[in-house]
Write a protein that binds this ligand. Structure first.
Ligand SMILES: [Zn+2]
Length: 416
């Protein structure tokens, strides 16, 4: 069986196609300098020995990667601590938090959320702008990057730009193969924007970007294998196997929502019937809730779609029909994710996306669905729900840019 990895830990952005690799754990060539930076950003200065212990890496690997990070100007040594016992004094390594900045943008059909993020993962600025994907999108995005840099005290410290979009993206080329929501097809956004702004630009599927960020800078930092379930307008599943984010041959591996779960179900936008998406996508949930709950009064007459806040309110109020409906959505999700857990042998799940606002009401059904499907020896399944914010996808894009810039050894720019 052939399997394709987008290997973020290697020099150069390459798509490699190979047979399934032997287990390498979190060591060997799978190690990423971004993981070391992520750890230092969260935990503060640490000795090389402590970095090795916390990341489960060999001392020689850590020594080599820290040397490269020092050469690039991302970290520095602090004065050695007092000598304790017979061992050599420990020299703490510190992240230079403002040595580099990345810009992350999440692009939607109506707006772009932009953040600038320091190397320690701190978001320094966050703003939203109106966007029209069919009217010179390159010009609009270029203007946003230029304006953001112009507002910075140290624009020369920006090392990369990350962009997340919904759809299938060829990440090696940073080309959007197809995005139904943006109506883009074979748009070489990365190459064109890179030329326009003079910075490395990395474009990825939104859930892939979030998953990559999670590996290095988030909750997944200490996990070799996990699944990131994205519950938003789309339903996606990011797959991390031995700290590599699985991409699929055309960047479509996150399209978990288009797994058909009911052959007699409604038609999905993808052309198939009964996809998980038509039951658990945010808009689909909001559209189906009033009728499914037998409470057409939930839908504001003539005011368009029920809001997520409105649905949450009805569930919080304990309306039994609404509570049942939402639990049913959770159960469908749980059953589908249970299949992925069995398929991959990965029983660690992180849940993200704006639909997680409903999690309190989804949770019972979700766990029931897992119980009904997951092989007994894979229990218990570890489920963690991430707090979601409006800038989450943009921060994911910034995390991807930071991860790639550091893994691909893009040095801080001179003049800072
Ligand atoms: Zn579908």
């Amino acid at each position: 069986m052939l399997i394709t990895y987008f290997d973020l830990s290697q020099q150069g952005t390459t798509i490699t196609t190979s047979r399934i690799r032997p287990h390498q754990g979190a060591t060997g060539d799978a190690v990423s300098r971004a993981e070391i930076l992520g750890l230092l950003g969260q935990a503060g200065p640490l000795s090389r020995g402590e970095i090795a212990r916390r990341l489960g890496l060999g001392p020689a690997t850590v020594t080599a990667q820290v040397r490269r990070l020092m050469n690039d100007g991302y970290v520095r040594e602090l004065p050695a601590g007092a000598r304790t016992g017979a061992g050599r004094p420990r020299v703490p390594v510190e992240l230079i938090a403002d040595s580099a900045t990345v810009i992350g943008m999440s692009v939607t059909p109506t707006s772009v959320m932009l953040v600038s993020m320091r190397i320690d993962g701190t978001v320094a600025d966050s703003r939203a702008a109106a966007f029209n994907p069919s009217a010179d999108p390159l010009g609009q995005l270029t203007a946003m990057v230029v304006a953001e840099q112009a507002a910075m005290e140290h624009p020369e410290r920006v090392v990369a730009v990350g962009i997340s979009v919904s759809g299938a993206v060829d990440q090696a080329l940073s080309t959007v193969r197809i995005s139904a929501t943006l109506n883009w097809r074979d748009f070489s956004l990365g190459a064109q924007l890179q030329q326009a702004v003079g910075l490395p630009v990395f474009v990825a599927n939104d859930l892939f970007a979030l998953t990559t960020r999670e590996v290095s800078f988030g909750l997944g930092r200490n996990k070799d294998d996990f699944l990131l379930l994205g519950l938003d307008y789309g339903v996606g599943l990011g797959i991390v196997n031995r700290r590599r984010v699985f991409s699929g041959s055309d960047g479509s591996s996150t399209e978990f929502g288009h797994m058909s779960v009911d052959p007699g179900g409604p038609l999905c936008v993808c052309g198939n019937h009964g996809c998980l998406q038509v039951y658990a996508g945010l808009n689909e949930v909001l559209d189906a809730a009033p009728a499914a709950a037998g409470r057409l009064s939930l839908a504001p007459l003539g005011a368009g779609r029920l809001s997520l806040a409105g649905l949450l309110r009805a569930a919080d109020d304990g309306d039994p029909a609404v509570v049942d409906f939402v639990a049913g959505v959770g159960q469908r999700l749980g059953r589908s994710v249970g299949g992925a857990v069995n398929l991959l042998g990965t029983a660690t799940i992180i849940v993200t996306g704006q639909t997680t606002a409903l999690w309190e009401h989804l949770d019972g059904g979700f766990r029931r669905g897992l119980d009904e499907t997951v092989l007994k020896f894979l229990h218990p399944v570890d489920v963690t729900v991430k707090a979601w914010t409006e800038s989450e996808d943009a921060v994911g894009a910034a995390g991807l840019a930071l991860h790639n810039a550091i893994s691909l050894n893009v040095p801080p720019r001179a003049g800072g």
